[in-house]
Design a protein around this ligand. Structure first.
Ligand code: HEC
Length: 387
């Protein structure tokens, strides 16, 4: 009997030690969680999140692995997820305000607040993750591959294939999909920028195709998860900027937004109107890949011996996009934009002509930018998923 009591006491002691982290740490974590611009802004003070746009932390079945939580906090998460059986299709930006110790306190607090019972997290654990995790924002698939759910608990999947009508409408981190887009070659990117600017960039022709801002990002049907490209992605908005192409007639663009299954891809090898003209150069551009800079894609392409890099971010004032170009080695160029009634276009150098073209000297072409703003922007945008 005595032995039994001793064992029992020891057992409960160790359980207590694991279940209740130091009160001072919980206090610190609570204050950090509730600080300005912190988790509270989205997940709310009671940890319950916001209906259909921000998932709960209270009782969340995602909190079973503290290393996964640390990864989400450090790198962000964007895409369709299921939390406690409910669907969310949104984006969480990386939380850059906190050092390792603060994140340890916050995660420890979240793991033990509102009736949650979870692990205490150490500063070292966060430091290791910060040093070792890949830097891009996680997709649900990537995070669940790196930190899978415990199958023994009968839970194997925390993501879902969005329905046709799930739309990422309130973008807080850049979202990049390699997918099949209407009016573009099969090698298209669909990109959503924080502040809700959306564009299609065509790697087949190494150029921006179109930009839109209203109606949310591409619809969440299965297209960007499979690569057979039978249906192309759809979106609700009408592009306010559409780049000209010899292979697309204006009427092809007319119903671009709804053209989902009707406007197919076309053969890009024939496109003869690359928008950047380098004197004496007749070659077609070659796509050399892209990298992510703070989550924003920078596209790289080659025209003869010249390499171009193009980085697209939100324009100042959030009414459009800014395209930053770097040319190496530099040479005089003519750049041909497409005049569009719905867009206001400006450039860092050169004078834009009526036909949308402008010339740059070699020195100007080394580094320049183009801003494309929507003439009639619409704000505010809807929040969360629209269903
Ligand atoms: C700008 C809003 C925002 C902030 C700030 C934010 N989150 Fe999130 N968080 C989200 C959204 C939205 C998702 C769901 C992302 C998706 O749909 O892919 C999410 C998902 C999560 C998840 C996984 C799902 C779940 O509900 O368990 C965890 C864990 C999480 N956040 C923890 C945190 C912590 C801890 C902080 C503060 C350090 C924080 N978040 C700050 C918006 C935010």
């Amino acid at each position: 009997m005595r032995i039994f009591i001793v064992t029992f006491c020891l057992l409960s002691l160790s359980v207590v030690a694991l279940a209740v982290p130091n009160a001072a740490i919980l206090e610190k974590g609570k204050a950090l969680y509730n600080g300005a611009g912190s988790c509270v802004a989205c997940h709310m003070e009671d940890g319950k999140g916001q209906p259909s746009s921000v998932p709960p932390l209270t009782g969340s079945d995602w909190l079973d692995d503290p290393d996964r939580t640390i990864a989400i906090v450090l790198r962000g998460l964007a895409g369709p997820i299921k939390v406690n059986g409910k669907r969310y299709y949104s984006a969480m930006p990386p939380q850059l305000l906190f050092d390792d110790e603060k994140i340890a306190h916050i995660v420890t607090y979240v793991n033990n607040a509102w009736g949650n019972k979870g692990a205490e997290v150490s500063r070292e654990q966060v430091a290791k993750a910060r040093a070792e995790l890949p830097v891009a924002v996680y997709t649900p698939e990537a995070i669940l591959k790196a930190f899978p759910f415990d199958k023994r608990k009968g839970r194997s999947n925390g993501t879902f294939k969005p329905d046709f009508d799930d739309v990422l409408a309130d973008v807080t981190v850049p979202v990049v999909y390699r997918t099949f887009m209407p009016g573009a070659s099969p090698a298209a990117f669909a990109v959503a920028l924080p502040g809700n600017q959306f564009y299609c960039w065509d790697a087949g022709e190494c150029r921006l195709r179109y930009v839109w801002s209203k109606g949310g990002f591409i619809r969440g049907n299965q297209v960007h998860w499979s690569s057979n490209g039978k249906p192309v992605a759809q979106f609700n908005g009408i592009p306010y900027y559409r780049a000209r192409s010899s292979l697309l007639k204006p009427e092809d663009y007319q119903y671009l937004a709804e053209s989902g299954r009707r406007t197919p891809f076309y053969d890009t090898t024939e496109a003869v109107d690359f928008p950047i003209l380098v004197e004496g150069m007749k070659e077609s551009p070659k796509f050399k890949g892209y990298r992510l800079i703070r989550g924003y894609p920078e596209f790289r392409y080659q025209l003869g011996k010249h390499e171009f890099r193009e980085l697209i971010t939100m324009a100042e004032g959030r009414k459009g996009i800014t395209r930053r170009f770097f040319m190496e080695p530099e040479a005089p160029i003519t750049f041909r934009l497409t005049p569009d009634e719905a867009a206001l276009v400006s450039t860092s150098a050169g004078v834009i002509q009526k036909d949308g073209s402008f010339k740059l000297t070699a020195k100007q072409a080394k580094e320049f930018h183009i801003t494309i703003n929507e003439r009639n922007p619409l704000t505010p945008q809807p929040t969360g998923i629209t269903k």
